[in-house]
Design a protein around this ligand. Structure first.
Ligand SMILES: Nc1ncnc2c1ncn2[C@@H]1O[C@H](COP(=O)(O)OP(=O)(O)OP(=O)(O)O)[C@@H](O)[C@H]1O
Ligand SMILES: [Mg+2]
Length: 239
């Protein structure tokens, strides 16, 4: 698969079936990996007093690169030595299971629906040192209800204690309420905007939706920027 090829139009199902491309692991000396290192540095510097324990990655609409970016940011922190957990909180269009070739179908939805389920059973070690993942589990009929459940809320604290950093890959913010709900449970939200794909007004709407519920947007990542500009990924702090 050619990764940085032609831009696809409409809803992309490739990453759901094949997983996302872990450029930071596959090509550790590439420009893209360096860009993810810069993104990590910017995230770290944007929290002045206390290091972030939990971050959520979302976008305005589908297929803007959330999963690619969430996964590569998680790998970047893990490679730095932080014990990192990537949670597939996109219960509608999950990718983590395919990205990390996990044969077991168990995941977050099992934990949220089956009483007595042990969280340790759905945290998988990966081939990337310090990187752990929690797949979404089977796609449920009621994702928003599960994401907004008490069980989901109570999951945050113990995970923040067990890991140095927890990163949530969330659905887009303007179509369903999941990301809004999650944004109130994490220290910071990163908004991915795909160059040439996202309308300014929709971006503004996304920021409003997160801020309306008290979520904290720490920055915007501009994805798929032509290489003649500043590369494929750019990070802009909101403040
Ligand atoms: N910078 C980039 N250059 C080229 N292709 C990219 C880039 N970022 C993402 N893609 C491709 O775009 C598609 C969508 O990416 P990804 O699955 O990460 O987005 P998403 O926002 O998580 O989508 P979804 O809404 O399905 O969750 C994938 O095929 C991915 O490989
Ligand atoms: Mg995704």
């Amino acid at each position: 698969m050619k990764f940085f090829g032609k831009k696809q139009k409409g809803l992309d199902t490739n990453s759901m079936g094949n997983g996302v491309y872990l450029v930071t692991v596959d090509k550790p000396t590439s420009v893209n990996t360096e860009q993810f290192n810069t993104i990590r540095t910017n995230i770290t510097f944007s929290s002045v007093d206390k290091a972030y324990k939990s971050l959520m990655v979302t976008s305005t609409v589908a297929s803007e690169g959330k999963s690619t970016i969430a996964t590569n940011i998680a790998a970047t922190y893990a490679k730095q030595g932080l014990k990192t957990l990537l949670i597939d909180a996109d219960l509608r269009r999950p990718t983590v299971r395919s990205t990390f070739n996990i044969s077991d179908s168990k995941g977050l939805t099992n934990l949220l629906t089956e009483p007595g389920f042990d969280v340790n059973d759905i945290i998988y070690e990966t081939t990337v040192k310090n990187l752990y993942v929690m797949p979404s589990g089977p796609i449920p009929p009621n994702p928003s209800e599960l994401i907004g459940s008490k069980r989901m809320k109570s999951l945050g604290k113990p995970l923040n204690e067990a890991f140095d950093l927890v990163i949530y890959d969330a659905p887009p913010v303007t179509t369903v309420t999941d990301a809004q709900l999650l944004s109130t449970q994490v220290n910071g939200t990163i908004l991915v905007v795909r160059q040439d794909k996202t309308e300014k007004s929709v971006c503004r709407e996304a920021v409003k939706l997160i801020e309306h519920v008290g979520g904290h947007i720490i920055g915007v990542i501009l994805n798929d920027v032509p290489s003649s500009a500043s590369g494929y990924y750019g990070y802009y702090s909101k403040d």
